[in-house]
Design a protein around this ligand. Sequence first.
Ligand SMILES: Nc1nc2c(c(=O)[nH]1)N[C@H]1C(S)=C(S)[C@@H](COP(=O)(O)OP(=O)(O)OC[C@H]3O[C@@H](n4cnc5c(=O)[nH]c(N)nc54)[C@H](O)[C@@H]3O)O[C@H]1N2
Ligand SMILES: Nc1nc2c(c(=O)[nH]1)N[C@H]1C(S)=C(S)[C@@H](COP(=O)(O)OP(=O)(O)OC[C@H]3O[C@@H](n4cnc5c(=O)[nH]c(N)nc54)[C@H](O)[C@@H]3O)O[C@H]1N2
Ligand code: SF4
Ligand SMILES: [Mo]
Length: 813
Amino acid sequence: MVHQHSSLTVPFNKMNCKRFLRYRERVSVMGKTKHQGPVKLPKMPDPKHWVSMVPFGLGKVKPKHIRDTAKVVWENKDNLPYATRILTQGVCDGCALGVAGLKDQTLAGPHICTTRLNVLRLNTMPAIDKSILHQDISELRKRSSSELRQLGRIPYPLSRKPGESKFSRISWDEALDRIAGKLKTVDPKQLAFFLTARGITNESYYAAGKVARFLGTNHIDNASRICHSPSKTALKRSLGIGASSCNYQDWLGTDVLVFWGSVASNNQPVSTKYMYAAKRKGTKIIVINPYWEPSMANYWIPSVPDSALFGTKLADDVYQVNIGGDIAFMNGVMKHWFEMEKEHPGSAINRNFINEHTHGFSELKKHVEAQDWLTLETSSGLTKSRMREFAELLAGSESGVFVWSMGLTQHRFGTDNISQVANLAMLKGFIGREKCGVMPIRGHSGVQGSGEMGADPFSLPGGDFDSSKTRKRIEKTWGFKIPDWQGDIVGVSLENAVLPENHPRKLRAFYTSGGNFLETMPDPDFVKKCLESVDLRVHQDIILNTSTLVDAKEEVIVLPAMTRYEQPGGGTSTSTERMVYFSPEIKGPRMEEARPEWEIYTEVAKRVKPEQAHLIDFPDAQTIRNEIAEAHSVYDGIQHLKEKGDVFQWGGAWLCEDGECPTPDGKGNLLPIELPELRKPEGHFYVTTRRGKQFNSMVYSATDPNNSADRYDVLLHKEDANQLSLKEGEAVVVYNQFGTFHGRVRFANTRRGNIQVYWPEGNVLIPKGVYEKYAGIPEYNTAVVVEKAETYHAHKDTKYVEKRIEELETEIG
Ligand SMILES: Nc1nc2c(c(=O)[nH]1)N[C@H]1C(S)=C(S)[C@@H](COP(=O)(O)OP(=O)(O)OC[C@H]3O[C@@H](n4cnc5c(=O)[nH]c(N)nc54)[C@H](O)[C@@H]3O)O[C@H]1N2
Ligand SMILES: Nc1nc2c(c(=O)[nH]1)N[C@H]1C(S)=C(S)[C@@H](COP(=O)(O)OP(=O)(O)OC[C@H]3O[C@@H](n4cnc5c(=O)[nH]c(N)nc54)[C@H](O)[C@@H]3O)O[C@H]1N2
Ligand code: SF4
Ligand SMILES: [Mo]
């Protein structure tokens, strides 16, 4: 296996050619075709795509990249050389678009964004001041997660028991012995693990997945459960794959590039450069979203000179669906296709692809044809003629790429949403060839690898947990038995904490690597109760957040982890497009007692079962990579990644190349999808939660740079506001039977009847315990009443609110 080195000291063009050649030699396990390496942007600007002739978007609401960058330099001023080395040598620990140093695999030229710069400080900041760290817990609890983050890094292991009002310092030996001591006494079914995907490497996921099974539990889950789990589940059942079928390069010059419930411009910012490149090759960009996302319409791309100056119009059209209306919309599109086919056979869908590479066409067609337009219009929020426009656009396209994110996954019917996207792609034959594909654009840098490495109740390295063949294969590699019962998803594990004492699955010990459930799960009050109800909680983390400060019945132990850049032997992470990047250990200051995440897991395991310690020992990161290569065949190649810039793409350029799916008979499955029941009574709104300037629960600014909204603003259509006699800026109460949110009206171009609030602030409105039935993602949308704060408060004393909630319950329930 030849691998690739990037060197920033070599002029890129010369280097690019060599890298390209080496890249092509790579052997891949699945697809035949290899990714071709970075290509160049056109030299001459094209004013056709400019937003305005006024330079720098003066007077427009848009992110201020230069000001933000200056702020980051200032923030990291105590550690600038190290910060620079992280940026130039490390693999980005922001989102999963993926980049090593400043160069990516898609386009020649620099790759950097403010998200990466914002999270940079996590890596360079000093330890928390000891006088603050050991303050009374009630003092620490006055701080928000943002304030806690800014205190600095966790320097050494900490413990806090009931009745103790402060964290006390303990040694690693004490910490590990106490954890091991407790784990020896609990039934493995009462022990659960969770890992965030923020910064975590494949090596840590792999070690955690192995350690959990070694300790006898399958309750291990990761942040992808509350993120893209439906994407994986749906792609598996529809196409037999668990990842993006294509590359970002397939965006460039595809006929149509669709962003479905995704704000890639905010959440994978450098993707705007790829969108620019696509537009320059004639690609049409379509956005399907209840909200006319300003940053998907127009963007000033800092690294592209003409765009930085005059902006780029990204979206050619925006289809403003209802929240939850995508299934109906896609059924409408297919219904049009079948009608077009009746009139002019061959005018809409790809019969050859359907016949050769799919099952289920006639059932799907029958199902779709039986739907009536009125229902499809009501559910989707779009007219029959709008659906026709989109149907015709796709019908006339030879190629297309469908990209989606949380707008499709975070629903009770997330898996169905995504199987619908797969249906469209298969009917058009947009699978397994150049400029075509289905792409769940991933969030956290580490997340693609989390399930692939087996840190997931439904997965083991290289296969599904419920396949006895996979279990046997992994047992052979690992040399110990894997428990044969199904583990729980993280939401259920948390709920298990409040089960009766004698319940066999009552959660007693919860071990979490990062994450912040008080702020990432619905119903924070309930989550707090769950966190408090376990005997032992272990937080392996780099910083404190509000969840770390919650009590436990016997003890809270906090373990200081290294960042990915500190870990000896480096680490790897897998991007959305399946590039496995190597991030080296980077020379710089080290946190007093922090340890590599993978090592902490194995140290705990060895102390629980010292007699079998040899079965779980990893002397270094390289040994883990060697074992991953053996345990997961598509990751064969990871063992050769050793230097900065080393990368390989698993699966080749396209999964399902030439339409051959990795399903038992090589065919994809067209699936009839039922319309979801949308529970929104008259006079109520659907609410969804959105991201502003934050990295998930880590908030970086009170203002959303893309629309200048405040974190407590409620994005509401002007006409809806008029009907409620609400003015812009007016205080409102948004409520339902689950919770109450106090905010202010902000007019926004959103589909009428649909509103948005920012999370974590808005999580109080979201019901607990509602999971998507196949993938287990929580439902993050619900129905609410919006009311003038004045009215709400005036009637509060007359039992009016309770009465309205009762009404709501009967209407929705
Ligand atoms: N700066 C920054 N970058 C990030 C993150 C971050 O917090 N900050 N988080 C990272 C992570 S973990 C993730 S998963 C990604 C998330 O990336 P995104 O999913 O792009 O982020 P969201 O802000 O949740 O955007 C969801 C979009 O879906 C739309 N939407 C809501 N409901 C529906 C619906 O029913 N149908 C349709 N079609 N659209 C709908 C919303 O209007 C919104 O535009 O970003 C990653 N990158
Ligand atoms: N309402 C609502 N809720 C949501 C979402 C939504 O759109 N709306 N989005 C969901 C999505 S997509 C996701 S991915 C989840 C995010 O869920 P999580 O991954 O659980 O949450 P984060 O906020 O990303 O976690 C950040 C925390 O991880 C810790 N951390 C940071 N870096 C490291 C590290 O290197 N090592 C370790 N061990 N710990 C670290 C810090 O304590 C930090 O506070 O939230 C979900 N929750
Ligand atoms: S777009 Fe994502 S991968 Fe690229 S620099 Fe920004 S955060 Fe990192
Ligand atoms: Mo996510």
